[in-house]
Design a protein around this ligand. Structure first.
Ligand code: SAM
Length: 354
């Protein structure tokens, strides 16, 4: 498999461990995709028109109108149902090929590694990750059924790919492409030597940082053993050197000032407020002078967003296993106020410079 570039690394990067959908699996996934594509405009325009018809603008009025509307009941049932069907369809596809994929994994393991994988058998998974199967992923991020397991990583990649295509974002910049563009615009010439991707998951974005800032030493920290094992072998199959660690990003074992670029992609909205505070302190501890910390996340609490859009966004918290969805903005503000060296205003634009 040839080494990709940042530009060629889109959300559907094919690699040696990519499962292949057969005809029936493709049809099931296409069905989910089209339901999800249809739900976007229905939520965006249709439900807004219902609120406009009732002159509902205040949050309480919007909530009462939508909760009494059969269109909202149908939208929420279809949204929940399509999410469940998405996971079932992907899980069936992956289960069917697990043996074959394990053979590929074993073959990759016989090659001289470019990067490294550090799993910790004594690692204590933070409770919030054990208790929640975020956005309904079966078994959650931390499911590890046996030492060679890949399932949670395969599911994280397949789910992310289908979900973003359904939401209409799958053809736009990947998360890492957007962050790299931001860094190049705001900090031209920035050339980190050591990078940490907090909550790296299966390492798709981490690969992008490694490619962009080569020869920087690129590390990723996550909690799930199977996710990391899959991420390690996936990166090896793409000829990208990543150093992946099973660690809590809020309490790593790296030395002080070890990294000059610390990033995360869509992690903070899944972290409870108290843990988020510890994670921010860890960023301060790990950041080298002149370094950059950049956390990218959902526009959960955009200023000026309408009450209808906010209500629909909170659907994620109430019906899609995202219990910390709406705590990022106030938490981050409180954390910034509590950390003397940080500039809250700059941080709220997702970045600060030390
Ligand atoms: C939505 S996924 C995003 C994965 C990856 N950043 C990406 O964009 O493809 C969130 C990831 O954050 C990880 N995570 C959440 N809390 C964490 C923590 N305290 N320490 C390390 N990883 C964490 C989860 O295990 C999960 O893999």
């Amino acid at each position: 498999m040839s080494k990709p570039t940042l530009e060629s690394m889109h959300r559907s990067t094919v690699h040696a461990l990519s499962p292949q959908a057969n005809l029936e699996e493709r049809a099931r996934q296409a069905f989910v995709l089209h339901v999800k594509r249809g739900l976007g405009p229905l939520g965006g325009r249709g439900l807004q028109q219902i609120c406009a018809h009732h002159n509902a603008e205040a949050p309480e009025h919007v909530a009462s109108v939508l909760q009494n509307s059969s269109a909202y009941a149908a939208w929420t049932a279809l949204s929940k149902g399509s999410q469940r069907q998405m996971w079932r369809a992907l899980s069936d596809m992956i289960h069917r090929q697990e043996e074959t994929l394990q053979d590929v994994a074993r073959d990759l393991e016989t090659r001289p590694p470019l990067g490294s994988l550090h799993l910790d058998p004594d690692f204590e998974i933070p409770a919030y990750l054990q208790q929640t199967a975020f956005h309904g992923q079966p078994g959650g991020y931390v499911l590890t059924r046996h030492p060679d397991d890949l399932y949670a990583g395969l599911m994280q990649e397949a789910g992310g790919t289908l979900y973003t295509r359904g939401a209409g974002t799958g053809v736009k910049d990947s998360k890492v492409q957007a962050v790299v563009r931001f860094i190049r615009d705001r900090f031209p010439g920035f050339a980190p030597v050591r990078i940490l991707d907090m909550g790296c998951g299966y390492g798709a974005q981490t690969c992008g940082y490694a490619l962009t800032f080569a020869p920087a030493e690129t590390h990723g920290a996550d909690v799930g053993g199977a996710v990391l094992r899959f991420g390690h072998l996936r990166a090896e199959s793409l000829s990208i050197a990543l150093h992946l660690h099973q660690m809590d990003a809020a309490a790593t074992s790296f030395p002080d000032g070890y990294f000059d670029l610390i990033v995360s992609n869509i992690v903070l909205h899944e972290v409870p407020a108290a843990h988020l505070q510890a994670l921010m302190h860890e960023c301060c501890r790990l950041l080298a002078p002149g370094g950059l910390v950049l956390h990218q996340d959902m526009p959960v609490q955009r200023p000026g967003v309408s009450a209808v859009r906010h209500f629909l966004s909170m659907w994620q918290r109430d019906h899609n296993d995202e219990p910390h969805w709406d705590s990022i903005a106030p938490s981050v503000f409180r954390i910034c106020s509590a950390l003397p060296d940080l500039l809250p205003a700059a941080f709220l634009k997702t970045t600060w410079h030390k």
